[in-house]
Design a protein around this ligand. Structure first.
Ligand SMILES: [Fe+2]
Ligand SMILES: [Fe+2]
Length: 258
């Protein structure tokens, strides 16, 4: 029996029945093999030149959808659903967006701050600004995704005119002698002369002081900002036909075999 079959009856079940159904579906789904992490996630732990090792399937089928170890997402997930079920507490983003709001930046930039690090908190770390921009590109103003893309490079270069210094934390994290790669340097130079430079720079400015474990910000504070500046697809994020839909599906179903 499929899980979706179980779930369609959920409205008529009481709590206990629902819990039992969920457990049953979990057991049935775990019957499926969830062994195939994408090569990119294991590269380095294993030598990517060697053949991929697969444990014998012993007749079991492979996971081709929802991973029962993860919270199930709604059928038509919204940006907030991804925050709730896939992006952890996301304090850094929430605090950054609140700081931007307090600093009186354009509301579009508040949204940019709210989503600027989606890639490293829920998708792929390396080159997170580029990935993050691509994730939201179809749903936001061009300036917003542009700013997210270029905050990646601008993070590494000071701009004293707005009080942005090279982050102390980067010295600790990457060492005194770390020098960004030529492509980062190139993109920094390009961004510096662009009409939207300050939008990307404002992400960095509001990013820098955004880590405070004692400040608690609710996602709901940004309901209106998101409503006005993030075009939620009717079919749900991941099920629309945008060029980024598959990326959202991968966040939803990260262990799907194909
Ligand atoms: Fe970032
Ligand atoms: Fe950040």
């Amino acid at each position: 029996m499929t899980v979706s079959g179980l779930e369609t009856d959920h409205a008529d079940m009481n709590t206990l029945e629902r819990a039992e159904a969920a457990e049953r579906s979990m057991i049935e789904e775990l019957d499926r093999l969830i062994v195939m992490k994408s090569v990119i996630y294991t590269s380095g732990e294993r030598d990517p030149r060697l053949p991929i090792q697969r444990p014998p399937s012993n007749g079991k089928r492979y996971m081709m959808g929802h991973d029962p170890r993860l919270p199930r997402m709604p059928d038509k997930p919204t940006l907030f659903d991804f925050f709730t079920y896939r992006f952890g507490p996301a304090n850094h983003l929430l605090q950054s967006a609140r700081l931007a709001q307090k600093n009186g930046v354009d509301e579009k930039i508040v949204l940019a701050c709210l989503v600027h690090d989606l890639a490293n908190i829920g998708f792929i770390r390396g080159d997170h600004g580029y990935w993050g921009a691509q994730l939201v590109e179809p749903y936001v103003d061009e300036e917003v995704s542009w700013a997210i893309r270029y905050h990646q490079a601008l993070r590494f270069y000071a701009d004293e005119s707005v009080g942005y210094k090279y982050p102390e934390s980067y010295i600790k994290l990457f060492g005194e002698d770390y020098k960004p790669e030529p492509y980062i340097e190139r993109d920094y130079r390009y961004a510096r002369d662009h009409k939207w430079y300050m939008s990307a720079r404002l992400i960095c400015v509001n990013d820098l002081y955004a880590f405070d474990p004692n400040v608690h910000v609710e996602l709901e504070e940004f309901t209106d900002v998101v409503g006005r500046h993030f075009k939620q697809p009717q079919e749900g994020l991941g099920f629309d036909q945008s060029p980024a839909a598959h990326m959202w599906r991968t966040i939803m179903w990260p262990t799907k075999y194909l």
